[in-house]
Design a protein around this ligand. Sequence first.
Ligand code: SF4
Length: 401
Amino acid sequence: MSTVIFRKGLDLKDAVAATLAKDYHSAIVDDLIGHGFRRVRGRLTIHLAREFGFCYGVDRAVDYAYQTRKRFPDRTVYLTGEIIHNPHVNDNLRAAGIRFLSDAGEPREPLGAQAVIILPAFGVTVHALAAYDRLGCTLVDTTCGSVLNVWKNVKRYAQDGYTALIHGKVRHEETLATASQVLKYPGGRYLVVLNRDQASRVCSYIERGGDRDAFLAEFRDMASEGFDPDRDLRHIGLANQTTMLMSESLNIGEMFRQAMCARFGEAALGDHFRAFDTICTATQDRQDAVETLLDRETLDLMIVVGGYNSSNTRNLAKICAARLQTYHVADADALRSASEIRHRLIDAPSGGAGQEVAGSGWLPAAGTVRIGLTAGASTPNNIIGQVVQRLERFAAVADGA
Ligand code: SF4
């Protein structure tokens, strides 16, 4: 039985538009945008970054998931895991009867040709896709075009004998999927680096060699099977997980360029080193917009809204935290009272959802207060609107209004 794959929607965009609006629209966010991304209520002024929230890839993936439910009301519809990193969106899909293969108790084995499987915006590994294909079921592929663009680059590296050096989080679904692309080619190899520290150790090995066993002990779980640093760092091509911090990715790219230059010489650099910026435009726009907001406005604090396992949200929070007091909150419920807030530690280690902590005294108790606001690419407007409502309520309470 052959697999049916939908890649361009299911012709039900109009049919699900009202449901999507009901689930994710916010009149408050519309009001903010309509008033120059600014809203004043009493002593509180909220400044919203000009690019925030749902990106084109997330918008499309969520739309396709709703279309899938509508198109196949009598069939079991599965998601391979979270469609995007926002718990509210995922819970809405569960409530609509879509089952998550990553949930406890769900099947890991063949699902039958009647199953409909939705692939998330980050894509799935080559291995997983082949397994779903063998089932002969129906697939709805929501992999974002910007992720496909990264795959195109790493596949080209592999074809040409270059190791794909990926700046990303090794357990993030997108990076797993991207890394797997190079394995389609004989001798295809990859190495993932998380940050500047790891990049500098790889650069040092490129330039001067070193303790091979120590290198492998550190990077074994971040590299393709059989990775040999003496052989596989002679030709490298750079790529990024699309949601990394742009400034860090550029910096790491430059570190590798210099290391390859030192090792092989400027004249031979083109034979050993390739680079292609694969940060997506939506990520870049959100990072640029929040920098602009921080440059232009005098703010008392920043609120960044989004799932704790959302890479791009965490990077927005990191940018803000370098400039002023910043709280990364999952949703409005994190704002417990005018004095108490629950938020994710900005510098919590990568992987998983990260540690949530309780903070106090987050909202100035009196006088004017100016709050900057942004949200990650997987945060819907209704969640942002609820945060604004809560801010306004607590600002009024703290002021005794
Ligand atoms: S963050 Fe970028 S790559 Fe990821 S879904 Fe959105 S647009 Fe696509």
